[in-house]
Design a protein around this ligand. Sequence first.
Ligand code: NAD
Ligand code: TDX
Length: 341
Amino acid sequence: MKKTIVVTGGAGFIGSNFVYHMLKKYPDYRIVCVDCLTYAGNLSTLKKALENPNFRFSKTNICDRKAIKELFEEEKPDIVVNFAAESHVDRSIETPELFLQTNVLGTETLMDVCRELNIPRYHQVSTDEVYGDLPLDRPDLFFTEKTPLHTSSPYSASKAGADLLVMAYVRTYKFPATISRCSNNYGPYHFPEKLIPLMIINALNDKPLPVYGDGKNVRDWLYVEDHCKAIDLIIHEGEIGEVYNVGGHNEMANIDIVKLILKELGKSEDLITFVEDRKGHDRRYAIDPTKIHTQLGWLPETKFENGIVKTIKWYLDHKDWWEEIISGEYQNYYEKMYGDK
Ligand code: NAD
Ligand code: TDX
């Protein structure tokens, strides 16, 4: 059946991958991307989508109630999927307010408009960071959907605030929402400020690779396409009011990822530079995805050893995309973050 799906934050990393996944899998769906194009949103990412008659791009801020209402009245979406967020932990430590505005108030605005217009379904894209962190010496522990929320950074606190608001709307207004909490994603269109693209690009440019602290912090990595497939399943078959954890049981220490990237690119480990640790740095994330597997049949398809090679190749083949990005505002950010480290 034909559907109209609003994808907020669709000019960013995961949102754009989701746009492409949906346009390919559902040729009769209309996909409407809502994105205000912050530093992290790039229209060049959506170049191919913009050629598709089933795709519309609207440059709109999710906090702009009037504009969102007009757009939703016109498009009458069947489902709203909210990816739009400030997403970088280091930036949240510098400017928490922006994170609260977009991540909490933006979510509230979207949900209020959906309620007003009786939009049948809303999905909140959340993160494993809302569960806080796990110790390195307890590999038997994982985050389940029942793990209490316990946040470390202004970013994760803002995402947890949004999740709590979604659950409150479900209970108070019977708001038809679902939530997914995913582990670290990697793949095409990942913004160069994040670990994997930053290390690939610095290595290609023979620049130092800044590893925070002792480099032993562990993240649970999932290829972005597998995350998109999980969200696709949840919005079509997931149960209203439910939270689904998404992750591929692929835990790796940061330093091992950095060494792997250097090896793949034939560069020397001498480029590795240990720098001051991130404030409040979470030690280990590890998702238990049993619920989405048993209830919706989701399983990750891309093994890390293949996904990381594909990702490195993508960055080698798409220099134009990232060279344009790192030539602008990103330069100032990089100097500020890493200039004196
Ligand atoms: P991103 O920073 O690459 O993209 C965010 C997008 O949202 C950008 O296009 C930006 O322009 C847009 N945006 C920001 N503020 C906006 C606003 N006020 N109005 C409209 N658009 C706005 O982020 P990402 O890594 O693609 O993450 C997408 C979502 O997934 C986020 O909600 C994030 O919390 C969540 N998430 C990310 C990861 C990860 O590993 N990257 C893992 C789990 C969950
Ligand atoms: O220069 C760096 N050096 C370094 O050692 C950077 C940018 C990161 N790191 C470390 C910090 C983390 O332990 O690498 C790890 C990954 O860092 P990020 O790529 O910034 O991701 P993380 O903080 O784990 O958060 C990501 O996953 C969860 C996303 O950015 C979030 O949006 C998502 O919710």
